[in-house]
Ligand binder design. Sequence first.
Ligand code: EPU
Length: 486
Amino acid sequence: MAVFFNITISPTPKPPKPFTSSLSPPQTQISKAPQKPQQNPIFKIKGPSTLSGHISISGSKNSSLALLAATLCCSGSSLLHNVPNVSDIKAMASILTYLGAKVEAFDGNMIVNSDGVGNVEVDMEEMKKIRGGFFVIGPLVARFGEAVVDLPGGCEIGNRPVDLYLRGLSALGAVVELRDGKVRAHAANGKGLAGGRFRLDYPSVGATETLMMAASLADGITVLSNVAKEPEVVDLARFLIDSGASIEGAGSDNLVIRGKSQLHGSECVITPDRIEAGTFMLAAAITHSCISMSPIIPSRLSCLIDKLSEAGCKISQFNQHTLEVSAVPTYIGDNLKGFDIRTSPFPGFPTDLQPQAMALLTTCTGSSLVVESVFDKRMSHAISLVSFCPLIWIVRELQKLGARIRVCGSTALVFGKDEGSSLHGSRVFASDLRGGVSLVLAGLAAEGTTEINNIAHIDRGYENIDRKLQHLGVDIQRLTPVACPL
Ligand code: EPU
């Protein structure tokens, strides 16, 4: 572990609205425990399943990751409520702890105080696990003047560049170098970042979030254009504004950020995970069931709601935050109709629901086109190199379950149940978070027993998915493979 320097945080004026916790003392202190060799459990699902009942949607993983990184911008403590208990969040908590922040977790709440950060080099082991870890480069260089970060990890969804983060930070006065496989950034003037203008070539979620955090502490006004409009960007802006930042335009194409010399900690409730909610909506559809869920923000899922309605599902909104999805044959007939998807940035069809929707389409009638356009470059590249490609992988695993799908570049042609797809249980392997959960959905609809291996991928982003499915009536078990004695 390399610690480059100790940072002395000079005494700062009392923040205008500091957060002071009135809650009972935290029960868990996140610390870097020695790593035990991990058993990778498996799911066994007996299908076909019929789901019924109501489930609670957890807080958004991706909003939580961004907000946890943002606590590095804030003096004093921040309290986040409704943080999902998933392994990506634990990895992010470890990254913050390693830097010197105090992170406490209890009952879905996290308190973070980063006043003690004395290290600007991120733990490379944790960085390899999650893409969201790279976000800390913005707050670190903006508040502490320097950052050393490994290239990001996360789901194996191909070559995920970080050029927009780095060019954006340069536009804010950072010197950024790639040396020894690490990204090193420091404020060019030796003091801090300065406001600037930057246009993103692509509305990257992570680059928008990282630059928003950095600009909130830069000296002067920053204008970012062609930014991401994803709900998680809006959630982050809300948290930063509550912490004293001045940000206009979140949710639109342009952001105007007036930098402040310091931000203070604040309290925030993480919004519901739209991808988890969408996954359960697709689970109801693929099993021809009826379930309700809350809390959700329906406007964040309008694209999926439109597609499921087009397929023939009945979607009812009971109140502001409760939705029911019904695909029960008595009401909608025996078949759902296939539909085409093209993933795109918000408010388009989310790339994070593409594999789950592909599983559903194998059980619909007709053939459907699925075009992946968010991570398109890496897909065609991966195919031509015959190297790892999540689209190819997930198609191969779905094929083991009886799906009939053809892939060309970043487009898949999915043949429905009347065109050769017929799901049956088999032994499959999750290769990434969303691809992994699409196998769970296929397993719910398949005849017989489906065994899904490598479910640590699924645990990265779904809180207690097996228990939630059991609650809805699914026969799903989590098993830990027994190591073979030699
Ligand atoms: N891109 C660049 N240069 C950059 C950054 C991104 O070319 O510097 C490209 C990527 O290669 C990709 C596209 O921009 O083709 C979109 O990537 P983006 O940066 O928007 O994605 P991200 O910030 O890395 C977040 C979510 C992902 C989600 C995407 C798209 C987090 C931690 N991750 O990733 O979530 O798929 O936005 O919505 O917020 C997941 O939860 O399973 C997941 C992968």
